[in-house]
Design a protein. Sequence first.
Length: 270
Amino acid sequence: MIGFCCRIIFVMKKIKCNKSLKTMYIFSNFFNSKDKNVEIISQYSIEIPKCVGNRFVISDIHGCLQTLEELIEKMQLTKDDQVFFLGDYIDRGRESAGVLDYIIDLKNRYQVFPLKGNHEDDLLLLLKIKNQKLIERYLNNENKRALFNSEFQLHENYFNFISHLPYFIVLEEYILVHAGFDFKKPKPFENTEQMLWIRNMEYDGSQANNKIIIHGHTPYPLDEIQTKLKNHNKIIPLDNGCFFNKDEDFGNLLCLNLTTRELIVQKNID
């Protein structure tokens, strides 16, 4: 049984929904079976094929499309490489739909493995609630209108993309997740609320199998991220608050090359 306490940031207030469900899928049927989009089938995790190139991890893009494009250019991506995105592709920046389009296109051409973030989960919750006023309030921000059609329905390609996103990925030496894990609670690798929302995660080597956990969600100053990498910490944050580009300690979109442990930094240009 999984307990949910869901928050919708984009309506500028908290909406608490207590849900419990037991299923092989995380979300089961959030939507009425008569709806066109009926099933959210996100799984906890997915298997990743062996990589013969570089493995890159990128976190928290938040609608900053030009910055993402510039970062991908710096990576010099090849067909042998793998790219992992840690969620939060939408909101805040001007190009929520553009970022989704770009990642979907990358996924069709390269080995790309995106995870779900809390902002994608919030968008699905908005659809679940089916409250016209909340949807209209969400779409008052012109930067988000392109996600929906004229009938206030999320475009099918975006729904299909978001509804299939897993929550974490396990590699040989790393575990990738949007926010983290609460190892103090039962079944931390099934607790999707904490994977999307936890802050100040505490490491448990026995449960993490001594792997390094890489996460986003909570912005960290760039020098602190670099220090954690240099010190080989077991928890590495990658969110430098790309959208918050007026603070000299933040405002970068980061990419960690897991193969070389090089941190690629792209200043926000949106």
